[in-house]
Design a protein around this ligand. Structure first.
Ligand code: PEP
Ligand code: MG
Length: 574
């Protein structure tokens, strides 16, 4: 039966594919005892599940042999196939079924717990990280035991749409290495980091669907409309045809935009605008190139720390930052120091995953770094060393207090001194900037302008804190309003104050990548935008059609208004 669920559109485009439910199958396993005479049948059921997973992996292997599939995926399937045939997974559960008379799922999960515990003891971090592969293989077998094996292809539709109750930013970043065509979640807000990662992957996504995970079945045909925030399950043929057409139109629009890549980003009245890119991992550089960005305005380094049991040490970080610095060949690379905490967690970090009542207001970002000076110093040294290979700048998140700025600068000096003592090459003159994402910072810019060389406004957090709306909570997502008069005024004020002080100011929050906001921001005087590379050409298209001086006059009128409907009308007519 066809039905439609509405949520929040967070990443454009249309995906038409088969639903793959992400479940924590391991937690859903039922435990029961079997009769003596049913043992052979239970063992046979287990063996059949192993055979089904073997076939699934073989089909997957054939699929990923096609050109263009990331090599990491082939490696992952290879590792899964090895574990599947390991006697610890393939044989021991059968012994448990026979000896303890437990059902196959229960036997498998008991054995998995044993194996995983052994992995936790291993010193070698690479091997220890293979623990997750075991869990995934076990999940595959459990799914096969449930009689709902995952089919990668059905009919002509090979696209995969992930359907989950919730996905963490750490889960979503892993999609960069997998062929996922879209995803939907029950929870989440439009500027949650999960949504941000979806935009950087350029895959259609809808969040805040409430009950999708419970309503959709594995392998259902679904349409994700990332523009309208809609999930259509089991569409009827007319709707399906209509969406196939829309999808082709969207792809055509995107390919036309590519022509703008080499165009100058300047307004009609010849004001040059800098369009930079936000990235999460060094591998995103390719997209940055394709979009023709002027540099990197935000490198969210915390993603280097996720999905692993050990921290990236100074050398590993240095390699990652250097790779980006070199690839950008003299164009600016703005490396943001670790912004961990709130919805971004990393199990390797001491205390960053602890449960606190209000994580968004807690020990996150620079607060965490100042509380963990050795970790912070290692990152600063890595950045300073990489700065020797390009135009690297340091950006510090979540600053609010004068004392935090002073302490941060002292730490940078200390990191430099350590490098001097080690006789290590590094850049002495690295520009240091601050993110303006706490209202207190925006309202008291003095120390930022006196001590720092540039500013970058993080509108995602600034709006969250200004309006007291949790950016990850779909229950209050309708109140997360970038056009609230308080938001508009605070943005205009920060931009103007920075200009007066001749301090460069950019926006690197999601607002900068929203083409509907480009004219408004130009009219406020913004000249530097940083966004996901996938959004850059759409924003450039707006810029080349805009007259900045005329927009400034019109935006002055918007800023005087405090009627929500009127503001919306005025912004639409800019
Ligand atoms: C912001 O808050 O706007 C920002 C760019 O940082 P993040 O989204 O990573 O919190
Ligand atoms: Mg932020």
């Amino acid at each position: 039966m066809s039905f439609t669920v509405h949520g929040l559109a967070v990443s454009q485009g249309i995906a038409i594919g088969r639903a793959h439910l992400i479940s924590h199958a391991i937690f859903e396993v039922v435990h029961y005892s079997i009769r003596e005479r049913d043992i052979p049948a239970e063992v046979a059921r287990f063996e059949a599940a192993l055979a089904a997973v073997r076939a699934e992996l073989a089909a997957l292997n054939a699929e990923i042999a096609q050109p263009g599939t990331p090599s990491e995926l082939a490696a992952l399937v290879g590792v899964h196939a090895l574990f599947l045939d390991d006697p610890l997974i393939a044989n021991v559960p059968k012994d448990l079924i026979r000896e303890r008379r437990c059902n196959a799922e229960w036997a498998l999960v008991q054995q998995m717990e044993q194996v995983v515990a052994q992995f936790d003891e291993i010193e070698d971090s690479y091997l220890r990280e293979r623990r997750q592969d075991i869990v995934q293989v076990v999940e595959r077998i459990l799914r096969a035991l449930s009689g709902k094996p995952r089919r990668m292809k059905k009919g002509g539709d090979s696209e995969i749409v992930i359907v989950a109750h919730d996905l963490s930013p750490a889960d979503t970043i892993q999609f960069k290495n997998l062929k996922i065509d879209g995803f939907v979640t029950d929870l989440g807000g439009a500027t949650s980091h999960t949504a941000i990662v979806a935009r950087s992957l350029a895959i259609p996504a809808v969040v805040g669907l409430h009950h999708a995970r419970a309503l959709v079945r594995e392998d259902d045909l679904v349409i994700v409309d990332g523009r309208r925030g809609v999930l259509i399950v089991d569409p009827d043929p007319r709707v399906l045809e209509e969406y196939r057409l829309r999808k082709r139109e969207y792809e055509l629009e995107r390919s036309k935009l590519k022509r703008l890549k080499s165009a100058r980003a300047a307004t009609l009245d010849d004001i040059e605008i800098s369009l930079q890119a936000n990235i999460e991992l060094p591998q995103d550089i390719e997209q940055v190139r394709q979009a023709g960005a002027d540099g990197i305005g935000l490198f969210r380094t915390e993603f280097l720390f996720m999905n692993r049991d050990t921290l990236p040490d100074e050398d590993e970080q240095f390699e990652a930052y250097r790779q980006v610095a070199r690839a950008l060949a003299g164009r600016p690379v703005t490396i943001r120091t670790l912004d961990i905490g709130a919805d971004k967690t990393a199990r390797a970090l001491n205390g960053a995953e602890r449960q606190v009542p209000n994580p968004a207001l807690g020990l996150r970002a620079i607060r965490y770094c100042l509380a963990e000076p050795q970790l912070f110093l290692a990152q600063l040294r890595a950045i300073l060393r990489a700065a020797h290979f390009g135009e690297v700048r340091i950006l510090v998140p979540m600053l609010a207090h004068h004392s935090e700025i002073v302490q941060t600068l002292a730490m940078v000096e200390q990191a430099k001194q350590q490098l001097r003592e080690r006789r290590c090459k590094f850049a002495e003159n690295v520009a240091i900037g601050g993110m303006i994402e706490i209202p207190a910072a925006a309202l008291a810019l003095g120390p930022f302008l006196r001590h720092l060389q540039f500013l970058s406004i993080g509108t995602n957090d600034l709006i969250q804190y200004l309006l007291a709306i949790d950016r990850t909570d779909e229950a209050v997502a309708h109140l997360y309003d970038p056009l609230h008069p308080a938001v508009l005024r605070i943005l205009a004020q920060v931009i103007q104050t920075a200009h007066k002080a001749q301090t460069p100011v950019a926006i690197c929050g999601e607002l900068a990548g929203d083409p509907k906001m480009t004219r408004l921001l130009l009219g406020m005087g913004l000249r530097q935008f940083s966004m996901h590379p996938t959004q850059l050409l759409e924003v450039k298209q707006q810029i080349v059609m805009a007259d900045a001086e005329r927009l400034a006059m019109k935006v002055a009128k918007v800023l005087r208004c405090d009627e929500p409907e009127r503001i919306r009308e005025l912004v639409e007519s800019l």
